[in-house]
Write a protein that binds this ligand. Structure first.
Ligand code: C2E
Ligand code: MG
Ligand code: MG
Ligand code: MG
Length: 278
């Protein structure tokens, strides 16, 4: 009887794994086809100067627009692609699309503001990465100060020495480097100490901004001062309320990215918004 029960548990466990594996297999099968049939798209989320309300740049976020399932969020496939290495193809696809887009802006005389591209951890240790980036950017003759790279904090600490070499090389070539999701991981300060970045992108989740949250207040203030003294710019991500924006402004933060201002949007919509603010 005991044995029977045990076997049942294993069977249930096996089913769950099988289901998960099946779902993942499905994604993997579809993704090759998806890349070939242009199902991945750029959405742009503006970065806004909270004082003037003006857009200063944007972040490119991938969306999988599936013929039957509709828009699939990166939260549902980026982790899978990180596991199987496909993410580097997505990242380079995004970089190339961003370069093409900026080229078009420049050719049409549209306003071109910097765009940041996310680079996943599995990409960062490839010996070809700098070369691949340069080749891509040169192909479209995009000025390097119009491209920024967001590298997430969880990518740090694996091999900071190697990573720092890459970041310094990017910076030497006049690309700006952002530390994404600062404060959401467990090695933020260490990463900051060991790596050369230009911009700190603070995760608002790490700063619970309620009315009388003294601790959050102190932490935010210190991070802001620290960034200032290190000569880093700050972008605050995930700003959703006026109260958060007010507090951030009081602390001297200026650039924000969040639903309070804009949600990620298709390229054409971003172009319309930029035109309107001119
Ligand atoms: P991330 O790079 O930290 O991007 C910011 C995420 O926060 C975006 O989610 C954005 O829509 C969301 N966000 C912005 N403002 C707000 C806000 O006010 N409130 C809330 N709740 N969320 C906000 P998204 O587009 O779903 O992307 C999720 C993550 O997927 C990204 O986080 C990034 O890690 C990854 N990702 C997206 N595109 C790419 C890509 O092309 N390559 C790689 N490697 N990763 C990507
Ligand atoms: Mg990002
Ligand atoms: Mg982020
Ligand atoms: Mg984030």
């Amino acid at each position: 009887r005991v044995k029977n029960n045990y076997m049942n548990k294993i069977a249930v466990f096996d089913d769950k794994i099988a289901e998960k594996e099946y779902a993942e297999q499905n994604v993997i099968m579809e993704m090759n086809n998806a890349l070939g049939s242009d199902q991945f798209h750029i959405y742009l989320q503006p970065k806004v100067d909270m004082i003037t309300g003006r857009i200063v740049g944007s972040e490119a976020l991938v969306r999988w627009i599936h013929p039957t399932k509709g828009v699939i969020s990166p939260v549902d496939f980026v982790p899978i692609f990180e596991g199987n290495g496909f993410i580097s193809e997505i990242d380079f696809y995004m970089l190339e699309q961003v370069c093409k887009m900026i080229r078009r802006w420049l050719d049409k005389g549209l306003e071109a503001k910097p765009v940041s591209v996310n680079l996943s951890r599995s990409n960062l240790y490839s010996p070809r990465i700098l070369n691949d980036i340069m080749t891509c950017v040169e192909r479209y003759s995009v000025p390097h100060d119009l491209i920024e790279f967001e590298i997430t904090e969880s990518a740090f600490a694996v091999d900071n020495i190697h990573l720092n070499q890459l970041m310094e090389q990017l910076q030497k070539n006049h690309f700006r480097v952002l530390m994404d999701d600062f404060g959401s991981g467990y090695s933020s300060l260490n990463a900051l100490r060991e790596l050369s970045v230009d911009i700190l992108k603070i995760d608002i989740k790490f700063l619970p901004v309620s009315q009388n949250d003294k601790r959050a207040d102190i932490i935010l203030r210190s991070v802001t001062q620290m960034a200032d003294q290190l000569g880093l710019e700050i972008v605050v991500e995930g700003v959703e309320t006026e109260a958060q924006a007010d507090l951030l402004k009081k602390m001297g933060c200026r650039i924000a990215q969040g639903f309070l201002y804009y949600r990620p949007m298709p390229i054409e919509e971003y172009e319309r918004v930029l035109k309107k603010q001119k």
